[in-house]
Design a protein around this ligand. Structure first.
Ligand code: ZN
Ligand code: ZN
Length: 91
């Protein structure tokens, strides 16, 4: 596997090909179920990342929803990492 195959430049970052489509699709997933629905928490600017407002993991802009599985996304119910939360029902 070569280094640049299957990657594309998106918002100034190298991402896996097809990632922009995944990020776009993530914007339509606005709630998680616990089983009651709760609104997902969008990306917020983080001061520790001075060079970019983008999510370091999924390239979401502030106000955009993370790609499901993003390690920086907060769970709306418990405040922990959404990617690791066992309360979220994933269909
Ligand atoms: Zn993210
Ligand atoms: Zn949780």
């Amino acid at each position: 596997m070569s280094d640049d195959e299957g990657m594309e430049l998106f918002r100034g970052k190298w991402v896996v090909a097809g990632w922009p489509e995944k990020l776009a699709a993530a914007q339509t997933l606005t709630h998680y179920r616990f089983p009651g629905p709760m609104a997902r928490i969008p990306h917020r600017r983080i001061r520790m990342w001075p060079r970019s407002n983008l999510c370091d993991d999924c390239t979401a802009r502030p106000g955009e929803l993370h790609v499901p599985g993003c390690l920086t996304e907060r769970c709306p119910k418990c405040g922990g990492q959404a990617a690791l939360c066992e309360d979220i029902i994933r269909s």
